[in-house]
Design a protein around this ligand. Structure first.
Ligand SMILES: NC(=O)c1ccc[n+]([C@@H]2O[C@H](COP(=O)([O-])OP(=O)(O)OC[C@H]3O[C@@H](n4cnc5c(N)ncnc54)[C@H](O)[C@@H]3O)[C@@H](O)[C@H]2O)c1
Ligand SMILES: O=C(O)C(=O)C[C@@H](O)[C@H](O)[C@H](O)COP(=O)(O)O
Ligand SMILES: [Zn+2]
Length: 369
């Protein structure tokens, strides 16, 4: 088991990573429960797979759970579900000093975190991530949000959890496709800032997605450490450091918008495609060699993730994809900074990107191969 601290003055917290942690959730969350009932959010799948285990663990401490259960999928990050959740929490008399539990993937975590951020101007929450993506990325760092018609995560807040319990054993029930999507955010840490970890991922990615316990725990621990370091340095994405975690996301979010936030393209799958596009665009600008862009593409392919946007069969132009990007939260005074690469493990923020060139590049990529 590993305990990784997210060092934030007055808002610091631990991320506990280990196989079988959920069985001890009673003891591990004891300091965050003040009553004999706790409000918890899950989606139908995470509730079915792990809800009972959490109930048993808390029952051992005399605590029972009131569940708010959502439909699985990105659709739960919406105004409608948020409103229902907030009304439900208010009916239950949740107070500022209480902690709401989020048992599930990034969708449940982002929704619950945002509800906690705005309920009574801010109450506590505990993240119990049950997808690889949520364990390595979304449960840590306090970005919470819902989507709107205009795009991804456009209404949200920075609101840190009080505790993260990442039980790698909960991933045993996760469908293989979701393991692949989560792996995209694992290898992202290598591509953006750690060449050695990138090389480790290339060699061990198959073990991670096959849930080899040692490889999985190493991947989750390394990822959380990288994220905790970046978040501690730039919690609110103001200096440019945290923006590096957005590698592949400006392209990826545009692809998610174009596919209607549907199961056709999962967030992690969009990020994988987005990282290939960021690498190829970096090569187009001669920041990296074509060989390095090809190495990144090969590592994405090797993980069984799609690397060619042409394979999506989208009926849109490069201009249309580029238009989605204008809603990106990094947009500043009419300029959209892009996270590009100077090498593998060397991401940087480029504020000199011409959107007409991005649209032309995307048009070519949509036709390629
Ligand atoms: N806040 C952040 O920093 C951050 C970071 C990365 C991604 N995100 C967001 O996270 C979301 C994606 O999260 P995700 O990939 O976890 O998707 P998700 O939450 O939709 O979960 C994926 C699928 O797995 C199911 N599931 C969850 N746990 C399970 C388990 N243990 N066993 C069986 N099935 C299980 C869910 O029901 C769902 O069908 C996106 O909305 C993305 O924008 C946020
Ligand atoms: O934590 C961050 O910072 C990230 O950018 C992590 C991303 O993986 C995540 O998808 C995040 O929600 C994207 O941020 P956004 O600000 O572009 O919505
Ligand atoms: Zn992401």
């Amino acid at each position: 088991m590993a305990v990784i601290g997210v060092e934030l003055a007055g808002r610091g917290y631990d991320v506990q990573v280990g196989h079988g942690l959920l069985a001890n959730a009673g003891e591990l969350t004891e300091g965050f429960i003040r009553k004999d009932r706790v409000a918890a959010v899950a989606d139908r799948n995470s509730h079915r797979a792990h809800g009972q285990q959490l109930e048993h663990a808390l029952a051992a401490k005399g605590v029972s759970i009131d569940w708010f259960i959502t439909q699985p999928g990105e659709g739960a990050k919406s105004w409608g579900v948020l409103e229902k959740l907030l009304d439900w929490l208010l009916e239950r008399g949740v107070e500022r000093g209480d902690h709401i539990f989020a048992l599930g993937g990034g969708v449940v975590g982002d929704l619950t975190g945002f509800a906690a951020a705005v309920l009574k101007r801010g109450c506590g929450f505990v993240q119990i991530p049950t997808t690889l993506l949520a364990q390595v990325d979304s449960s840590v760092g306090g970005k919470t949000a819902i989507n709107t018609a205009a795009g991804k995560n456009l209404v949200g807040a920075f609101h840190q959890p009080a505790l993260v319990l990442a039980d790698t054993g909960t991933l045993d029930t996760l469908p293989p496709r979701e393991m692949g999507a989560g792996y995209a955010e694992v290898i992202k840490y290598g591509i953006l800032g750690d060449r050695t970890f990138f090389e480790w991922c290339k060699e061990n990615g198959a073990k991670v997605t096959a849930r080899d316990p040692a490889a999985l725990e190493y991947a989750v621990t390394q990822s959380v450490q990288a994220k905790a370091r970046i978040v501690a340095e730039d919690e609110r994405e103001t200096t440019g450091t945290r923006a590096l975690l957005n590698l592949g996301h400006t392209f990826g979010h545009a692809l998610e918008a174009e596919t209607g936030f549907s199961d056709a393209l999962l967030h992690g799958e969009a990020v994988a495609l987005g990282m290939v596009l960021a690498a190829r665009y970096s090569a187009r600008r001669e920041y990296i060699s074509l060989d390095n862009a090809a190495r990144i593409t090969a590592a994405i392919d090797k993980a069984g993730l799609r690397s060619e946007i042409a394979s999506l069969g989208l009926e849109c132009s490069g201009d249309q994809l580029a238009a989605h990007m204008l809603h990106d939260k990094k947009m500043d005074a009419g300029t959209l900074p892009f996270i590009l690469l100077r090498g593998i493990g060397q991401a940087f923020v480029d504020k000199q990107v011409d959107m007409a060139d991005i649209a032309a590049f995307l048009g070519e990529q949509l036709q390629a191969h």
